[in-house]
Ligand binder design. Sequence first.
Ligand code: FAD
Ligand code: SF4
Length: 493
Amino acid sequence: PRTRRWLFADQLGPHFLDAPRQPVLLVESVDVFRRGRFHRRKAHLVLSALRHRAAELGDQAVLVRARTYREGLAECGEPVSVCDPTSYAARRLVRRLDDVEVLASRGFVVSEGQFAHWAGRRGGKRLLMEDFYRDVRRHHGLLMDGDKPLGGSWNYDHDNRQGPPKERTALDVREPWWPTEDEIDEEVRADLDRWEREEGVEFTGADGPRRFAVTRREALSGLRRFLTDRLEQFGVYEDAMMAQDPWMSHSLLSVPMNLGLLDPVEVARRAQEHGREHDVRLASVEGFVRQVVGWRSYTWHLYWHLGEDYKQRNALDARTELPRWFADLDADAVTANCLHHVLAGVRDEGWAHHIPRLMVLGNWGLQRGYHPADLADWFWRNFVDGYDWVMTTNVVGMSQHADHGVLATKPYASGGAYIDRMSDFCGGCRYDPKVRVGEDACPFTAGYWNFLAGHREQLEGNRRMTQALRGLDRLRDLDGVLHQESERGSAPP
Ligand code: FAD
Ligand code: SF4
């Protein structure tokens, strides 16, 4: 018989086993939830996924409830093997434990060895996502026509990314697939209530019906619904935001993918096949495949490539502590319509799509100088799909520019004009995106100019910022903006 396979809670798909009947160890550790507050929905999803997997495997699996992983392994009492886990801390842990054989990681489009080889061949040149993505497409034969990209272009971004449709409050698209909760979910809910009541465990956010897939079967249902009813519009509105429709045409698959229930290449292949058979708009299929095998995998490999210290980078010297209202997801304290809605989504669902994360929450944190590692920690704890590997690069690099341009060539800072163009938030807002100073001043617009003024020296060498800095020089009311922003402090906008 094969060695028992220890599965972490983000290694729950069939590809983490060597054979369908391999014995399994699952460890549920309560201590994880004692180390600072996590979103209640996130705790629910992880525990539900773990317990569903145990139920599915029946006698084949041992589910140990223990305070720590070490105690869980001791209780199991057998040697185990484990696929290399997904964070630096977990990798250190598995290497310190006795009787644990550590295997190569699984579940990403290329292995860590293949990525290292790819990066080595670039000879110190920038590791661009676009180059990586094209090589992954060639390697797996995804959306290819011989050795050329399908349709003649690698990238259809120019056909995507429109603002929200006018005169509608929600996209004209079928709802996402929603799970039906079962007795395992009820049991998880009762346990979480008890931990809160009796064991002093504290959570953030609100409880509510489970929204994301936690089993392989559910994940495939979610994927199917996305492909048949939602993929067509994915690309067009990928970057748009609507106050009454947070889900828009997004796939909601980051949770099952990050739990290891779906393999990204499998997801991309199914999208490709569905697109071909049903003549789906190529720009949408390509846009989705780019996210899944491009951005997601690139993020994973950079997490390891850039090293553990990367998370502490703070190139813009941002030192502001996260204010209480932000840390507590107190959306009701916020007047600014965009931030109010997005923060309420985090409070109620532990989720927002990519653009609210980057251009509302991230942009806000960047403008106000929130400490990048603290902000990454906040995202990690409060988002249902948050894991160290995916949060670090997305928050520290992409959204906070704390790596001085390793991931993104310029900071994703923008004023209210961007939010106004890409959303329907501003129409219902008490502020005006065009106004910089005074009672009606949009806090994102004022914050943008304040950010540029405060970081002029660091940004001056960046050619992509030249135009923005010229704009700053032309401002006549800059003193007013700076005064207003310093008055605002860390109060909710
Ligand atoms: P869709 O819009 O349907 O996209 C399809 C899939 O592409 C996603 O499920 C996801 O797996 C993948 N993807 C797309 N962009 C990225 C990216 N930049 N990095 C990694 N995967 C990507 N994603 C996470 O999975 N976990 C996180 O903790 C996370 N934190 C983020 C923090 C910030 C500040 C930003 C800007 C982005 C973050 N993302 C994170 C990426 C992205 O926003 C989410 O993956 C996506 O919004 C999840 O919703 P969805 O499944 O409907 O995605
Ligand atoms: Fe957000 Fe400013 Fe628009 Fe209000 S006016 S919704 S604060 S961008």
